[in-house]
Design a protein around this ligand. Structure first.
Ligand SMILES: *[C@@H]1O[C@H](CO)[C@@H](O)[C@H](O)[C@H]1NC(C)=O
Ligand SMILES: *[C@@H]1O[C@H](CO)[C@@H](O)[C@H](O)[C@H]1NC(C)=O
Ligand SMILES: *[C@@H]1O[C@H](CO)[C@@H](O)[C@H](O)[C@H]1NC(C)=O
Ligand SMILES: *[C@@H]1O[C@H](CO)[C@@H](O)[C@H](O)[C@H]1NC(C)=O
Ligand SMILES: *[C@@H]1O[C@H](CO)[C@@H](O)[C@H](O)[C@H]1NC(C)=O
Ligand SMILES: *[C@@H]1O[C@H](CO)[C@@H](O)[C@H](O)[C@H]1NC(C)=O
Length: 595
């Protein structure tokens, strides 16, 4: 195992050297006339001018196979991850937050490796990305895994774009030889075609289809997008390269570049048990509950041993207590509503269990390979005995939604995505009401680790929303409106369900974890029986929406009543939660990518 401490130092030094490599005099400057106008805009410092470094210290990882060793063999094609860059060009308008975007070439490519494409990101975030570089280890002269392009096609240049920019950018798409594919662009600041040995194309059997994902930048109907494999999930061999695509017009799929494909075992360099422990020790978030939160998390065993009951259809008057680890829960993979879990019957007990027990709280971790085994996802599940009632905002009025949104048995999660090549935490997924978002590590909040891990370090922060327990990276209010099928993060007409986060005194350390599933480790991880309970973790709630609406609308001025009613009726089932909630394994994306 590489000594990550030393690697970090090298990494930081390299970054510092790169940071000084500011593009000097531009070879061609067709927009020199406009230069004065844009000078001021350009001189302003943007987040991307800072290089992000994880504020997390990690000692070297425990011994193992190839985790964090820096290389992976995809099948006679060795790849390595490069996250040091040389800036080629920048635009200072357009893109997310209208802060522009920058384009880079990987720098410090290890000896023997070749570039597969360039990197680009919006300027509204610190520089933080990677591209894979590759080395042909096939020893075949005629049919190797890498070949130079035979030519380039000119994609577009930015000369006539209205956005303020550094000189002009020329974007080239490699023309791959027969049986090979291009994985990214070459970018230049002159009209001259780049040299053919600048980049390599990959033999087709080692490539897979990709799709555009987030938008990086655009101007005058030309756009840059991030790309990712179309086929993602625990079994999917497709590998993200980290390169970007430049397109004319809106995102069109499939793009003209490919992703990589791992022909070898996708679990080759996945972390072993000791490494999993070390990773979770340094990266596990602190979970902050809202100051007004009444419904706290608990361990599953606390819930079971404090009176949770197993009901069987037709025998409702005779529920049975649930044993430790759920050993008496049905294990057949049916979701037929024959059984369900509920709170204790007795009112005092019910209230006691509803409010949870944060001291017993622990995270339940599912470890799975992702993106062809180049990353490991650590899905960290948290259990809450009860999900409190929803709250809405109608213009300036806050409304408690009564029974709407309430349910017993609430499973929430965040996912840490760690690179198997460099051992770094790259992204965190925040689950929000059957949806969610991936956030770069550079956009997270961190706090000092209070445990003694032997060295000073920080860990990420996650905030859980009041009552609904959705997870967010920052405090604040998000209004959820549902004008369409997708989740829209803005209430329509000033009406929306409230997702409130704030930093309360109740904090759960997700680093107190139980590893509940890691298929690739075979029999060394035994799934607890409760994980294989396929039915619902709470009863169906039988209430009349009309009745609830009537009692709530009493408090609203006349003209807001209709708006409010339309909004509530438009809420998706997940938020109305008339049906009991399902367990982690029954949720979508147990074996897929998070979306
Ligand atoms: C090159 O190798 C690939 C993968 O092994 C194979 O599918 C292809 O037929 C080979 N091409 C030639 C010309 O040998
Ligand atoms: C740059 O692109 C414009 C079209 O946007 C084209 O007219 C012009 O010829 C290009 N310049 C060069 C040097 O290729
Ligand atoms: C519950 O599971 C844990 C491991 O997850 C095990 O150590 C413990 O012995 C189990 N308890 C019972 C009562 O089965
Ligand atoms: C799970 O993934 C699938 C596709 O992989 C997607 O359609 C679905 O919306 C995702 N569900 C959640 C809860 O993220
Ligand atoms: C966090 O730790 C650093 C030293 O590692 C220290 O300088 C800083 O004051 C600490 N911050 C807080 C909020 O405790
Ligand atoms: C649900 O409530 C309605 C009346 O509010 C009642 O007619 C119906 O039987 C209830 N269903 C169940 C399953 O309890």
């Amino acid at each position: 195992m590489g000594n990550v401490g030393i690697l970090w130092v090298c990494f930081v030094l390299l970054m510092a050297i790169q940071a000084m490599e500011v593009p000097k005099a531009a070879p061609v400057d067709p927009i020199s006339d406009n230069k004065k106008i844009f000078k001021e805009k350009r001189s302003r410092l943007r987040p991307v001018d800072n290089i992000f470094k994880l504020p997390i210290t990690s000692n070297s990882w425990p011994e193992g196979n190839g985790f964090a060793s820096g290389v992976l063999d995809l099948g006679k094609l060795q790849v390595s991850q490069v996250s040091t860059f040389k800036k080629v060009w920048g635009a200072y308008e357009g893109g997310p937050d209208d802060k522009g975007a920058s384009v880079y070439e990987p720098s410090g490519i290890p000896q023997g490796y070749s570039m597969l494409g360039s990197y680009s990101q919006p300027n509204n975030k610190p520089l933080f990305g990677y591209v894979l570089v590759a080395k042909d280890v096939s020893q075949s002269t005629s049919n190797g895994t890498l070949k130079s392009p035979i030519d380039y096609t000119f994609v577009f240049n930015t000369t006539s774009f209205s956005a303020s920019q550094d000189f002009s950018l020329f974007i080239w798409l490699p023309v791959a030889p027969d049986g090979y594919k291009a994985l990214g662009h070459v970018v230049t600041t002159t009209v001259d075609k780049p040299s053919l040995d600048k980049i390599k194309c990959v033999r087709s059997d080692l490539t897979d289809q990709c799709e555009t994902s987030s938008w990086i930048w655009g101007s005058n109907n030309f756009n840059f997008y991030d790309v990712r494999p179309s086929n993602r999930g625990v079994q999917a061999p497709s590998v993200r390269v980290g390169t970007f695509i430049a397109q004319i017009g809106e995102a069109s799929n499939p793009p003209s570049i490919s992703c990589l494909k791992n022909l070898n075992s996708i679990t080759q360099i996945m972390p072993n048990l000791k490494q999993i422990e070390a990773i979770l020790q340094v990266y596990s978030p602190f979970l902050y509950l809202h100051p007004d939160e009444k419904y706290l998390p608990s361990s599953v065993n606390w819930f079971f041993s404090n009176g949770a009951l197993l009901y069987k259809k037709g025998q409702e008057s005779n529920p049975v207590p649930i044993a430790q680890n759920g050993t008496n829960l049905p294990q057949d993979p049916n979701t037929d509503g024959e059984y369900w879990i509920d709170l204790p019957v007795n009112d005092a007990n019910k209230e006691r269990v509803e409010i949870g027990n944060i001291q017993s709280g622990e995270s339940y971790v599912h470890v799975k390979p992702m993106l062809g085994g180049t990353f490991t996802d650590f899905v960290m599940w948290v259990f809450y005995p009860f999900n409190g009632p929803g709250r809405a905002k109608v213009k300036f009025i806050n409304i408690k939604l009564g029974r709407i949104g309430e349910h017993v048995g609430d499973w929430e999660h965040v996912t840490l995505r760690v690179s198997n090549l460099d051992g770094q935490l790259w992204h965190v997924y925040f689950s929000q009401h059957n949806h969610g978002s991936w956030i770069d590590s550079s956009q997270l909040e961190y706090q000092n680790d209070t445990r003694s891990v032997g060295f000073p370090t920080k860990r990420p922060i996650v905030y859980a929303t009041l009552h609904g327990h959705a997870s967010y990276p920052h405090v604040g209010l998000v209004l959820l409106g549902y004008p369409h099928a997708g989740l829209v993060l803005l209430g329509k007409d000033g009406v929306g369900a409230r997702d409130d986060t704030d930093r309360g005194g109740n904090v759960m350390d997700l680093g107190k974890f139980v590893l509940v599933s890691a298929d690739y480790l075979g029999k060394s991880v035994i799934e607890p029986p409760w994980l294989n309970f396929y039915r619902e973790w709470g009863p169906n709630i039988n209430f009349s929406l009309d009745g609830e609406l009537k009692s709530i609308e009493k408090f609203l001025p006349g003209k807001l009543k209709d708006r409010f009613e339309n909004f509530v009726r438009g809420l998706p089932k997940e938020l109305l939660e008339e049906e009991g909630p399902i367990g982690p394994k029954q949720k979508n994306n147990w074996s897929g990518d998070e979306v």
